[in-house]
Design a protein around this ligand. Structure first.
Ligand code: MF3
Ligand code: CO
Length: 290
């Protein structure tokens, strides 16, 4: 860790002397590091000014998903969802983060049934009664990033699919309960994994969440298989997504060699995902986008 001199200004942007600001905080982190724990770099800790900007971006993301929630129904195409996302995002002065991200061709991901994530909207994909769909939305406002996703049940879905959707959401909130300063990423991961597996489902291994805010995808990588007291130390100012992908059947997935984006379950059984954007605060956590 790069630390200023005691009388230099603090790295956090407060303008205060380091010794009167984050010196003790940094010492606490270094103690964990000496004991062999993975700790976050200063660049992963958002300042109050940055947090305000990110929250404004999250407002856009939430408004977009609220609109989708109110209008999604059987008979529309996923291209229409993409159109709604574009309209609301640009109307609010933001830009969809997905569009052109590593060549991604659309502004939102729409993943139906056995699609795990990164489904590409198309006018040829029509929602039908009994489908479950994840709409994953990410926005850039003034250079700051937000990222969250929700599941929607179209018409009457089977009890098994409904349970998958519900258990996945519950798992996110079980994980969230574990997010607090001086805890560990593994505390969150273990809670997610336990809830999923005790309901007979499986968490996808290869794809996880991520730090977010100043960039779309920052460190750390956030998995949902883990053990308490392992993984990166959580400290105030860290921001990341909790976004487990949960499969009704086996955990194995593959990426389509057709479009090279959409990820599917290997066994063809349905998959669900909810994503929230979380800030670690002084006394726990705050959900910024959902
Ligand atoms: N929103 C996804 C996430 O949760 C990333 C989508 S990238 C895209 O991290 F290119 F597929 F849009
Ligand atoms: Co994400």
């Amino acid at each position: 860790m790069n630390r200023p001199g005691r009388n230099d200004t603090c790295w956090c942007g407060s303008g205060k002397k380091y010794k009167q600001c984050h010196l003790a905080f940094d010492q606490k982190i270094e103690d964990f590091e000496r004991r062999g724990y993975l700790v976050p770099d200063h660049k992963l800790l958002k300042t109050p000014a940055q947090i305000e900007k990110i929250k404004a971006s999250c407002k856009v993301n939430i408004a977009v998903l609220d609109y989708v929630e109110q209008h999604i129904r059987a008979g529309i195409s996923t291209e229409e969802i993409n159109d709604w996302v574009n309209k609301i995002t640009y109307d609010m002065g933001a830009v969809p983060a997905d569009l052109n991200y590593e060549g991604y061709p659309k502004s939102v991901c729409t993943s139906i049934n056995e699609q795990v994530c990164h489904g590409i909207p198309s006018k040829d994909i029509i929602l039908k009664d009994g489908d479950i769909i994840n709409v994953d939305c990410s926005s850039i406002l003034d250079g700051y990033f937000s990222d969250s996703s929700r599941m929607f049940c179209i018409g009457e879905v089977s009890p098994e699919k409904k349970k998958l959707v519900d258990v996945t959401k519950e798992a996110v909130y079980k994980g969230l309960e574990q997010v607090k300063p001086w805890g560990f990423m593994g505390d969150m991961a273990e809670a997610v994994q336990k809830h999923v597996e005790s309901n007979g489902f499986n968490v996808v291994r290869e794809i996880g969440g991520h730090g977010v805010g100043l960039e779309f995808h920052e460190d750390p990588w956030v998995g949902y298989r883990g053990r308490r007291g392992t993984g990166m130390l959580l400290v105030p100012g860290m921001m990341f997504t909790i976004e487990p992908m949960v499969n009704m059947g086996r955990a194995d997935v593959y990426t389509s060699d057709g479009d090279n984006w959409a990820v599917y379950t290997e066994d063809g059984l349905p998959s669900a995902q909810w994503e929230i954007q979380v800030l670690v605060t002084e006394d726990g956590h705050e959900v910024l986008s959902w």
